[in-house]
Ligand binder design. Structure first.
Ligand code: SF4
Length: 259
């Protein structure tokens, strides 16, 4: 829970620690390496959540609910956009239904904040919201991550989830998503992968998403190229920058402008 460098939010809040890999977009998950470092720094919440696999650090499958973290949003008096679980996935199968309900209670009791929940498990999100969390909170944005066509089915779960705002993070974009159907989707974030093992992004894959945003009236946010530039050459993330079609794209969902 902290101020963050992530361009589309103001703060992160992590009521859960630990996760497990679910699809290709997770391969270079920054949270695994961050959890290893926090373990080395003796941060109790992140103790023993990862293991070594060859030269890499990966999750070991332990997922920890952090009840103490539930108090944090109450201490933030100034309204913020809060990315929920930047270090995990709230809808991981090892997070109890009751704990997810407690997270919802916090969000309901702090309507001055906007919460952005991003999951790679939208099927569980859909199930839980329909069965155990009946109210649609106006300050909660629900999203899913889609890195390539293999996981495009996540969009259909998201489209039918009851939510004030629905969004998709196409990051890291590592393959084409074709003419992805963005009906009933409010916002698309697009970005390339960073780091030593980053996989390339292609401008034509971004074009496909941009065109669907235009067609369906979804806001478009281009976060970064990452390690690979539009010329398909590798250089620093900073050098590649955030420009697409000659400008920066920082659109936010229409229903949330001013949030
Ligand atoms: S779901 Fe998110 S936090 Fe979990 S392994 Fe994948 S990228 Fe990392």
């Amino acid at each position: 829970m902290a101020e963050t460098q992530i361009e589309w939010t103001d703060a992160t809040w992590n009521p859960v620690a630990g996760c497990s890999i679910v699809s290709a977009g997770c391969t270079n998950c920054y949270a695994m390496e961050m959890a290893r470092r926090l373990h080395a720094m003796d941060v109790a919440k992140y103790k023993g959540l990862t293991r070594r696999s060859g030269k890499r650090t990966v999750w070991n499958g332990i997922v920890r609910e952090d009840a103490d973290a539930l108090a944090i949003p109450f201490s933030w008096k100034k309204p913020r956009k809060i990315f929920v679980n930047s270090m995990s996935d709230l809808f991981h199968e090892r997070v109890g239904d009751g704990f997810v309900q407690k997270v919802w209670d916090v969000m309901r009791a702090t309507p001055h904040h906007h919460y952005q929940i991003l999951t790679k498990r939208p099927e569980r999100m859909d199930l839980l919201l329909r069965s155990k969390i009946p109210d649609v909170l106006p300050n909660v944005w629900l999203g899913t991550s889609v890195e390539n066509e293999d996981v495009i089915g996540r969009v259909d779960y998201l489209r039918h989830v009851p939510a004030a705002i629905r969004f998709i993070s196409f990051e890291p974009l590592i393959g084409s998503v074709g003419a992805v159907d963005l009906r009933n989707i409010d916002w698309a974030i697009v970005g390339g992968e960073s780091g030593r093992s980053a996989r390339p992004i292609r401008e034509e894959w971004i074009d496909e998403i941009y065109e669907q945003c235009t067609l369906h009236g979804a806001a478009f946010f281009f976060k970064q190229w990452g390690a690979w530039g539009k010329d398909n050459k590798r250089r620093s993330k900073k050098a590649n920058g955030r420009e697409y079609r000659g400008t920066h794209w920082d659109q936010m969902p229409k229903a949330a402008v001013g949030a």
